[in-house]
Design a protein around this ligand. Structure first.
Ligand code: NAP
Length: 307
């Protein structure tokens, strides 16, 4: 157990990630006191009822007062506006971080609004589910998952080390990299898969000769796994694609070329090309399981009769 790492933590946004952070900070006793901000009265009421923070505020400015660690955990599209609001009210020496799924845009949107006397160290816990909202969080979300930090050049080493310690205490492995590298890696490992999932579900819904009931009835044929990813929060994902435009378009271009190769192989009966590509893909999955990032259980660990 690490003990208190930050006397006062402000959680700006109390959705899946914010509430999971609250649970794990409580379990590991990482914060002396947690202040929470949520936009809607409904989320604030839920947060109070389930005890996500010691104090819940209607404004982000009130929540960051005297905070030693401020964590932005809203959709990335509102970070700039929030940073502008809280900037003048941040405590000297505080660390400001975030959990956003893109990093170059966060640096661009947030950094200009922060005073020189705070440490801005963007971060991204590569952990999530398709659920959102204050009741979807759980303390184990970050266990054995990666958290990527993108400290700007010249960032205070002690502040970075303390934030790393925080994420390790949350159960994560920590790696640091540049924002641009982060965005390229996540474009292929997360953003493109979500785009494909959203698209395949939309295509299936549009095919008129496959009735809705058949899509549901035979979904275990592969489609169901796409629908889980495509159930992710629309606001969050809209913001991710708009904020990571270049990297997503670059990987999408590569993907489209590779898809054309498959299309051609099917058209010309080129079984070797298909077989070789599928064999390589299988190895990738085995590597992911070996790295402890996925279960070996059949049907992705689903239990019969359970969702
Ligand atoms: P979420 O469950 O949808 O929660 C979002 C939170 O942000 C809610 O408290 C919401 O308030 C608040 N919010 C939304 N729009 C706002 C606005 N315009 N102004 C102020 N607050 C606003 O989202 P999440 O999954 O926790 O995601 C939060 C961040 O984590 C995103 O930046 C995302 O990129 C990142 N992330 C997500 C995942 C994932 O799998 N979900 C994984 C890693 C990182 P109300 O409830 O009051 O509307």
């Amino acid at each position: 157990m690490s003990g208190v790492l930050y006397e006062r933590v402000a959680l700006i946004g109390l959705g899946l990630i914010g509430s999971s952070l609250s649970h794990v900070m409580r379990r590991e006793k990482l914060a002396g006191r947690i202040a929470g901000y949520a936009r809607s009265a409904e989320t604030r009421a839920t947060a109070k009822r389930i005890g996500l923070a010691d104090e819940i505020h209607e404004s982000a400015v009130a929540a960051v007062k005297d905070a030693d660690l401020v964590i932005l955990a809203t959709p990335v599209g509102v970070y700039g506006k929030l940073a502008e609001e809280i900037g003048p009210h941040l405590k000297e020496g505080a660390t400001v971080t975030d959990v956003g799924s893109v990093k170059s845009a966060v640096l661009r949107d947030v950094a200009p609004h922060l005073p020189k006397h705070v440490h801005f160290i963007p971060g991204h816990p590569v952990a999530g589910t398709e659920h959102s909202g204050p009741e979807s969080g759980f303390a184990e979300l970050f266990t054995n998952k990666w958290c990527i930090l993108t400290p700007p050049p010249g960032a205070d080493a002690a502040a970075v080390a303390r934030l790393e310690k925080f994420w390790r205490a949350c159960g994560s492995n920590v790696e640091t990299m540049t924002p641009a590298h982060h965005d390229m890696v996540l474009a292929i490992t997360s953003h493109l898969p979500h785009l494909i999932a959203y698209n395949i579900v939309a295509t299936a819904a549009d095919i008129e000769d496959v009735t809705n009931s058949e899509v549901i009835k035979f979904s275990a044929g592969g489609f169901r796994d796409f629908t889980r990813i495509a159930a992710s929060d629309p606001t969050m994902w809209r913001d991710i694609f708009l904020s990571n435009k270049e990297a997503v378009l670059e990987t999408l271009g590569r993907f489209s070329e590779d898809l054309s190769v498959l299309q051609r192989a099917i058209r010309w009966g080129d079984g070797d090309t298909l077989f070789n590509l599928f064999t390589r893909s299988r190895e990738v999955r085995r590597g992911i399981i070996a790295a402890g990032q996925e279960t070996t259980a059949p049907d992705f660990g689903r239990q019969p009769g359970k969702k």
